[in-house]
Design a protein around this ligand. Sequence first.
Ligand code: 6PG
Length: 258
Amino acid sequence: MPGSMKTPDTKAGGARGLVRVLEDLDAVTAAGRERFLAAAERAIRDHGVFRVALAGGSTPRKLYAALVGAPIDWSKVLFFFGDERCVPPAHADSNYRMARETLLSKVAIPNTNVHRIYAETDDEQAAAEEYEEELERVWGLIHHEMPRFDLVLLGMGADGHTASLFPGTKALEETKRRVVANWVEKLGAWRITLTAPVINAAREVVFLVAGADKAGVLKEVLQGPRDPARLPSQLVDPSDGELVWLVDRAAAAELAPR
Ligand code: 6PG
């Protein structure tokens, strides 16, 4: 049944955070829209700007579309991406293209407020370094400081990956870099991704998970033993921020009530 549950607040267990079980994807979308607008209002009030990292994939499409027309001062919103496929920005697989089609092309946001990952280059390392430099510039970072996003939106794959942190890949071990190029053997492709330390420096992280195909892995991630090498979504554990899982009933079907 829809409702909320707290996952075990212990490191020994699975991922931590508040899990909200919602009826369906539309309800997940509505809850996501609420959290986005609340996070934006808080950030703009507190420091004059809202810096948000968008998730890729398909689940967030409805949320981005639902933000069109929202009561927000887009000139104070800076969009970033949690990860990107190494394809041109007009490619069907591009996370930037998805965000642009659903939201960015439909709101009055200055182009300079949209910080896309230039992943179409054939030098993936350079693309990661360039994005890392962009984060350093926007936040004025020094040494190994992590940028603190006001909100990071994430999805989760049926294999437990999030952003482009895939099971058994090198990026999972990164503790210093903010952005890396990650070779994903199962895809036979490079991805550019924020690292776990960046995600965990955020003020708020919201997962959007929907569909029966996620039920098994969601149970493992939230209520199973800690095994982030196999279940990278378990790496997400903000050190000084909120973690919220917005999941639909189909994805929550195997969760034991807490
Ligand atoms: C990507 C995403 C990825 C996505 C999951 C879930 O680039 O694909 O960043 O982490 O969130 O794969 O994707 P769906 O929402 O399509 O299930």
